[in-house]
Design a protein around this ligand. Structure first.
Ligand SMILES: NC(=O)c1ccc[n+]([C@@H]2O[C@H](COP(=O)([O-])OP(=O)(O)OC[C@H]3O[C@@H](n4cnc5c(N)ncnc54)[C@H](OP(=O)(O)O)[C@@H]3O)[C@@H](O)[C@H]2O)c1
Length: 245
């Protein structure tokens, strides 16, 4: 059977890296988008290829539309199709609104929300032509609940939810399924920067009393990419140890 192809944005570390590895474990060829190259990236490529699938590295800043056009053009030149798009690239620039700089608001929106639009806008025409596809967007539980100190991030992740539901309605007739994942508190560089006090107060709000792992999120992505989820679209699936019910 022809192998499926998955494009993962921001796949160099954290959740994106685990998603790329998990999909490679399940026989997907991987298009790994990166913004900063380093030795680690070549090691990751080798690790993915050791699973007998292809790994195509493609540079691009998702907040720039021209970069996204290039990411998708190069991917199509290489594989002729994209079956699964995982919009994972994301950043935080936390701060209370009284102190938040406009650049911090803008950069979070343009990476997390506009970046999701940019890549999806470039990929969807190919999915429509091939009459199938999966789009999986990384949102966050704070896009549902809000969070003091994260007006920019929560707004971007709430935006991703509205984007997901609208797109799911638009493209369902073309056999393209669109869902969002809302992680809670996952152990990555993004959460490592939080102080011990903040971490402890977050852990107190989690019924399962621990942080999640990138691997656990990657398993959910694998499910949403697979045939086992073909009657699920337009949903936001929390993965948060029960933090938000
Ligand atoms: N960790 C959590 O607790 C948590 C919770 C809820 C939601 N999420 C969401 O899950 C996703 C992954 O988070 P993470 O914790 O794995 O974050 P992370 O460890 O900080 O990794 C973020 C990845 O995104 C890439 N990236 C950032 N801006 C980019 C851009 N403009 N263009 C291309 N790539 C870009 C980074 O590349 P560089 O190496 O170049 O910076 C990096 O590979 C994000 O959307 C995040 O908002 C995370």
């Amino acid at each position: 059977m022809e192998r499926k192809v998955a494009l993962v944005t921001g796949g160099t570390r954290g959740i994106g890296k685990e998603i790329a590895l998990e999909l490679a474990n399940n026989n997907y060829d991987i298009i790994l988008n990166y913004r900063n190259a380093n030795d680690e990236l070549q090691n990751l490529k080798k690790e993915i290829e050791s699973k007998d699938v292809k790994c195509f590295l493609v540079y691009g800043d998702v907040s720039k539309f021209e970069d996204c056009e290039n990411i998708v053009k190069q991917s199509i030149d290489e594989f002729s199709k994209i079956d699964v798009l995982v919009n994972n690239a994301g950043i935080t620039r936390d701060g209370l609104i009284m102190r938040m700089k406009k650049e911090d608001f803008d950069s979070v929106i343009s990476t997390n929300l506009t970046g999701t639009f940019n890549v999806t806008r470039c990929v969807i025409p190919y999915m429509i032509k091939q009459k199938s596809g999966r789009v999986i967007n990384l949102s966050s539980v704070v896009g549902i609940t809000g969070n003091a100190g994260q007006t920019n991030y929560a707004a971007s992740k709430a935006g991703v939810i509205g984007f997901t539901k609208s797109l799911a309605k638009e493209v369902a007739s073309r056999n393209i399924l669109v869902n969002a994942i809302a992680p809670g508190f996952i152990e990555t560089d993004m959460t490592n920067v939080l102080s011990d006090n903040v971490k402890e107060s977050i852990l107190n709000q989690i019924p399962l009393k621990r942080m999640g792992s990138p691997r656990e999120v990657a398993k959910l992505v694998k499910f949403l990419a697979s045939d086992d989820s073909k009657y699920i679209t337009g949903q936001v699936i929390n993965i948060d140890g029960g933090m938000v019910m």
